[in-house]
Design a binder for this molecule. Sequence first.
Ligand code: IPM
Ligand code: MG
Length: 365
Amino acid sequence: MKDLSLLVLPGDGIGPEVTAEALRVLHRVARHADVTLTISHGAFGGASLDAHDVPVTDDLLERACASGAVLLGAVGGPKWDALPSHLRPERGLLALRKAMGVYANLRPARFFDALADASPLKRSLTEGVDLVVVRELTGGIYFGEPRGVSGSGDARRGVNTLAYSEMEIRRIGRIAFELAMRRDKRLTSVDKSNVLEVMALWREVMTSLSAEYPEVKLDHLYVDNCAMQLVSGPRQFDVIVTGNLFGDILSDEAAALTGSLGMLPSASIGDGPGLFEPVHGTAPDIAGKGLANPLATILSVAMLVEHALGRRDLAVAIERAVENTLSAGHRTGDIARGGEKVIGTTAMGDAVLAELETILKSEAA
Ligand code: IPM
Ligand code: MG
């Protein structure tokens, strides 16, 4: 018997709806695994701005760091868009990542046969795509100093700084090599070493690390080339490792390949508790209407089960339940095509739970 204390941050927009469905799945899996879940909720992002006038409180950051894992919905929305940058919900997210020290962001992008027609690319290109973007998350240009806008008139100047230490590059590299070892043993490191000194260091450190992982085939791509290859030949990729800003951009591109952002989970991990969240945003236009696709958050729970509980087998069970649900034809609006019948958030959660039940029972038998 194991315990897991989980901090749930539903956030804004569709966040509360999708986390509610994902929690139902987590409860079911915890019961199966004989894990006692202790769940507490916190206000984060816009919800925190409304309650406390800041996107995240120090108290919440402490609770996150003291938890066993954090499940996050999504943050932001038009209501808070006009706030000065230090008060925007996104700042709360960056502060949370930094405080938790989750320096590695894992963003899998997988082809689902049932969604092939939802991709902007031809099936012949997307069929079989199964890649993970490993994005450095607590450094690089997102956090570099100096930063800010100073001066006045024509001399007014905005500055951000792209810096990585060897330690930061090595530790994200290790996560990526280890992941590649558990997958197809192919790693692509993405940089801009033809222009940026910091990226030449990135390439040098990744290359030196590869001596420790002789089984992994490492190659390097410039980021512009990688952006192109992702649409012209996405199947060539297994694990992609890159810095914070490039990873932000490439992971959205990889997400779009698969047909729906509503399908993509993420795990952010470091030396302490992990942070698990869907890649999609708050979708204010459909918030509160019970229409949102909960599958990305359910798949984020699968990543939580793997990383926080060490139960890869149960993560796979959740992934299979999602696949079976799609194969059975269940669709929320974002992934429905043509005349397909559309169901809501809770009905989608029900469908996944039913499939999960069958899988868990057949395993127990
Ligand atoms: C993401 C988002 C965030 C980021 C924003 C909301 C700060 O785009 O998680 O990819 O840029 O990291
Ligand atoms: Mg992004």
